[in-house]
Write a protein that binds this ligand. Sequence first.
Ligand code: SF4
Length: 235
Amino acid sequence: MSSQSIITQASAVTFDQRVDEIAKQVAKYHKDGKKIFASSSFQPQSVVLLDIISRVDKTIPIYFLDTNYHFPETIAFRDQLAEKLGLNIIDIKSDIPVDKQVDENGQPLHATQPDKCCHINKVAPLEDVLPQFDVWINGIRKGQSSVRAQMQKEEEGKHGILRYHPILDWDSKMVFQYINERKLPLHSLVAKGYFSVGCLPCTGKADPTKPLWSDDRSGRWQGQQKTECGLHTSL
Ligand code: SF4
């Protein structure tokens, strides 16, 4: 599926103006002497924020949480975007090896204690990064979950970090319109029916009865109550 085929109508949004606003905010942080970093999961929708960062300030380090459980397609997408956009990507991962991430019965934590698995592989490694910086940019959007719907563009996070969510108000249609206008690559799993892509054991295909641009996170942690990994609820 091409990005063109999933865009159904043009938006009145002026993306250049939006990017200019973000550039001004980033410039203000720099002027105030704040140290900035971004994080990205390099899932399909991530390309928007990554492109914006590449237009605004390519020196901003972008931390990628290498959980060891990513789809090979996500790693390929990360490498493709790093080269195309000239990003400054830093991989981080847990100190605990995968073969030690098991419960008392030897079962992998992602299968029996996913909150613990997410804490080990996502929350803890990123929490270690926070004290080095003043501002954390990430690409969450209100339409992605009820938790994210309550968030503000700027919020105080853990360890005194200022969370900055520059595309918080963008909906999925705008995301794909931006991808189309900028001729950005699509994560290859979109063509296979995935929309929100996390770790392989915890990601299924999106609900085929909903349009792909409907903020559909139905593929994440299917069959569980879990909707968040903890990065946006505890940091
Ligand atoms: S998404 Fe799944 S595999 Fe990835 S860290 Fe969380 S529980 Fe573990």
